[in-house]
Design a protein around this ligand. Structure first.
Ligand SMILES: *[C@@H]1O[C@H](CO)[C@@H](O)[C@H](O)[C@H]1NC(C)=O
Ligand SMILES: *[C@@H]1O[C@H](CO)[C@@H](O)[C@H](O)[C@H]1NC(C)=O
Ligand SMILES: *[C@@H]1O[C@H](CO)[C@@H](O)[C@H](O)[C@H]1NC(C)=O
Length: 544
């Protein structure tokens, strides 16, 4: 009897030890999951933006021949300036609904190739520039059931091809640079000063013979000024007075970081304080390529991309770069701020640069970077699909990363070594398969329209927890992503005032909205409740 009990106890103990070690291994082996969402959306997702109705707008370029999806109702676009099809019955932009994977073809009239954009404070996607007949266009896309693009072909003062945009505290959008444009301007145009083009010699100074300064990295600092990084160095710009107020030290590593030596950049999560004290702003830049890499690809030489990353506290009195190394070399990696304050580095190649046929060695494994101590880089599970030039990635409200595009070759060539990629995949970070319960936001009070510095409450459900220790509430700005840079990306960690259990598995947390429009430009944000490293689904709020 006793021995039988002992045996059972021993078996139970063994089983427990075994299942704990399986659990521990699961956590350690949890390297995220890939899923093919759609083999073809009909176009190659060169540009990607998320709208407050949870739809994703993507587009390619209009003048490279047929896509794999036609315009509805037998519609065609007539364009005498199109370089491939004067009469074009194909769509070059689509709306994708991640919830049911529906694809809706959209009509762009002027060429959107290598353009830029931002979501306005009213939730309208404002998108600018491109090539040929689209180089001065400003296009608008309202989120609604059957909306389509509206265009103003003269919406920009200067042609902007490979420019970057950032939404500003006053709700205007600044458009910086572009090929052979050493200036900036503001959109949409409403007042007289919007029709001025402001010169910015920094963009000329950072230009190599092969550029290496296009799609400059823009980040709105917490003092309201604009951080601009191009090639190897950065400035802080007072765009109102058109004055450079700070020149930062050159980034170590000797490599170029902007197109075509494309690296990527994020403003690390801003931890807001209940006192309203302004937090420091820190920029994190990863990857890139030696300055002459693009030239060498023309000789068939594909130089290894950079492994280095740099962190710079841009609000410090004496800012200094702090260098780190990724587990692998990467050019054309996208950097995505996750709702959990981690940074995902995804897509790209190990050798060469951006450009058609200019890279080799697709890097299929994303890397998860934890920016807070203890810092770490963790290699994630690989995708099966190379995502090289003109690929994109975007955080969607359910916490996954939507991944698309690559090599939209002329005529959508599928028979070359790196064929045109029309698929969309999702990458689920480890937090979506951790086995821990996921918070679920149930209400926001007094409502989803939030004022600066306002105290507001969030209700959420959390299964199976009795004692909740640490809750984070984060707020993520939807981005406009292209060429490995997510414009307007921003993650705010809200100051928590208190938390309470309401009943059973229902809780409420009281937080402060960002104190100023310097910390959070007006507009839509996704609100996440994070518990034990696991985020809820995002819930839209609008700050104004
Ligand atoms: C795109 O269309 C071409 C030509 O019709 C076809 O050969 C190809 O398989 C299609 N590709 C995809 C991914 O649907
Ligand atoms: C790249 O080639 C161009 C001419 O094609 C030359 O002017 C330039 O100096 C080269 N750049 C580098 C960094 O080698
Ligand atoms: C695709 O590229 C190959 C190799 O350059 C070429 O022979 C073929 O004609 C191209 N196909 C299309 C549809 O342009």
């Amino acid at each position: 009897m006793r021995t039988a009990m002992e045996a059972r106890a021993a078996v139970f103990l063994l089983f427990t030890v075994f299942s704990f070690s399986v659990l521990a291994q699961n956590v350690q082996n949890n390297k995220g999951r890939w899923k093919l969402l759609k083999r073809s959306i009909g176009i190659s997702a060169m540009h990607m933006a998320l709208l407050p109705n949870d739809r994703v707008i993507t587009f390619d370029r209009t003048d490279f021949g047929p896509s794999n999806i036609t315009l509805p109702g037998g519609r065609c676009r007539k364009d005498s300036r199109d370089e491939a099809l004067k009469k074009d019955c194909y769509a070059h932009s689509v709306e994708f609904n991640p919830a049911n994977r529906n694809v809706r073809p959209l009509t762009v009239l002027t060429d959107t190739w290598c353009s830029s954009g931002a979501l306005s404070k009213d939730g309208v996607l404002v998108q600018s520039g491109g090539y040929n007949d689209g180089e001065r266009s400003v296009r608008f896309f309202k989120p609604c059931g059957d909306c389509d693009w509206e265009e103003n072909p003269n919406g920009l003062v200067s042609r902007r091809w490979y420019a970057s945009n950032q939404i500003l505290p006053n709700g205007k959008i600044i458009v910086v640079g572009g090929s052979m444009q050493f200036s900036y301007e503001f959109i949409p145009k409403s007042m007289k000063s919007d029709y001025t083009e402001y010169q910015l010699p920094f963009l000329k100074e950072t230009k190599d013979p092969v550029d290496n300064n296009l799609y400059p990295f823009l980040h709105l600092s917490t003092d309201g000024n604009l951080f601009i990084f191009a090639n190897k160095r950065a400035i802080l710009l007072d765009y109102v007075k058109n004055r450079v107020i700070k020149n930062y030290p050159e980034m170590p590593g000797g490599v170029s970081r902007n197109h075509p030596s494309t690296g990527s950049s994020v403003l690390l999560p801003l931890r807001l304080m209940s006192t309203g004290k302004t937090p420091d702003a820190e920029v994190f830049i990863c990857g890139g390529a030696p300055s002459d890499s693009n030239n060498k690809t023309k000789l068939g030489i594909y130089v290894p991309a950079s492994k280095t990353c740099g962190r710079l506290i841009i609000t410090a009195a004496n800012p200094k770069w702090e260098m780190e190394e990724m587990p692998m070399n990467r050019v054309m990696g996208d950097m995505i701020l996750l709702p959990t304050e981690e940074v995902l580095i995804i897509n790209g190649a190990a050798k060469g640069t951006a450009g058609w046929g200019a890279s080799r060695g697709p890097v299929l494994n994303p890397v998860l970077y934890r920016p807070n101590a203890p810092r770490s880089f963790q290699v994630m599970n690989p995708s099966m699909i190379p995502r090289l030039y003109h690929s994109t990635a975007h955080l969607i409200p359910d916490g996954r990363i939507l991944v698309g595009g690559s090599n939209p070759n002329i005529n959508y060539n599928f028979t070359v070594p790196y064929p045109t990629e029309l698929s969309l995949e999702s990458f689920s970070p480890p937090y979506l398969s951790s086995g821990k319960s996921r918070p679920k936001i149930s209400w926001v009070k007094p409502g989803t329209e939030i004022a600066y510095n306002q105290k507001f409450s969030l209700g959420f459900e959390l299964k199976g927890k009795k004692d909740i220790k640490k809750i984070c509430v984060t707020m993520s700005a939807p981005t406009f992503t292209t060429h490995s840079f997510s414009m307007n990306q921003r993650l705010l960690v809200l100051a928590v005032q208190g938390m309470r259990r309401i009943s059973g598995e229902s809780y409420a947390v009281d937080v402060y909205a960002p104190a100023t429009n310097f910390l959070a430009p007006p507009g839509y944000y996704l609100l996440f409740v994070v518990h034990g490293g696991v985020p809820s689904r995002g819930s839209w709020v609008r700050i104004n």
